[in-house]
Design a protein around this ligand. Sequence first.
Ligand SMILES: *Cc1c(COP(=O)(O)O)cnc(C)c1O
Length: 361
Amino acid sequence: MSERFVAAERVREDIKGLVPYDTHPFPKVIRMDANENPYTFPEEVVGEMLKELKGDTFTRYPDPGAVRLREALGEYNGISPGKIMVGNGSDEMIQLLYLTFGGRGRTVFLPVPTFSMFRIHARIAGTKVEKLPMEEGFRVPIEEILKGAEDCQADIIVLVTPNNPTGTVIPEKDLLQVLENTQALVVIDEAYYEFNRQSVVPYLEKYPNLVVLRTFSKAFGLAGMRVGYLVANEPVIFELNKLKQPFNVNSFSQIAAQAALRHREVFEEQIQNILRERERVFIALEGMSGVRPYPSQANFVLFKTPVKSTEVYEKLLEQGILIRDLGKEPGLLQDCLRVTVGKKEENDLFLEKLGVILAGG
Ligand SMILES: *Cc1c(COP(=O)(O)O)cnc(C)c1O
């Protein structure tokens, strides 16, 4: 092959060092690594989705405005559909926010550790990232957020609550304090809203700089359909719409999300089970010698082990259980792992195997 074009040399300078997002191609394991809903997707909801499929669903482009889904979401959240934008997962909305309000010469400020996509998409969009380490127990120091954002003249502040991977929340009064005292766009990611039901959506009228992110990937069990949404005031939505790909959410996914919303009582029952199981997993972890679990308001538990987290991760994987190793580097997360709350029997197996591994087995 000709040497005239070397892709690795021609790539944009500022993304040369990026590594592709790490997926976990383990076909036969119990997956407790991605905070998905562990239950089989309800058959009655599938049936309803299939009934709505028509020839048009396949041959015609999807509704670019996702009108019916936005109406259903408006009803779910008690707001006007005009304040909602639907995306191909909330990942797409994160990227769109950076492309629209970030970009070269702009800065995003965020407390860490948090969801890695906020850093990755910032880099892709050429947006500078300024991080503030959380305090012990993963508390977010609000005064320092405001000061830090001002010092770096942040264009965007990102706050995730409940936070991934820690499960901790930022109190509402702290969120409002940030909104009151900054000119930056404040993005509040509520991906785990259905597990704690605390939201700043009711404050939308008051703050023109507020953006809330939600997803169907967690409580609603639709990670495979890629549906997320963003809530903001109309002028923000107007700017985002200029950059949004017109057919970003496919027709089947729009139908699926509407069906899930109509049947939300089914998911409510699953959520209650997950919350009960989370408490059980937390208490069991607390009872293991040297293990420190962190209280969580989401569908996962972060915990620190007395041995190398990577060793625990690998031994669990040998036993057919996949969780998330976050503890490779020194810092607040050193020797921490995150386990997604699964079905009862999955949690039992996880706890049993972890117990054996920590006992030196
Ligand atoms: C899982 C998760 C999302 C969801 O992303 P999707 O693209 O909608 O699947 C968003 N934010 C956080 C903090 C998450 O943990």
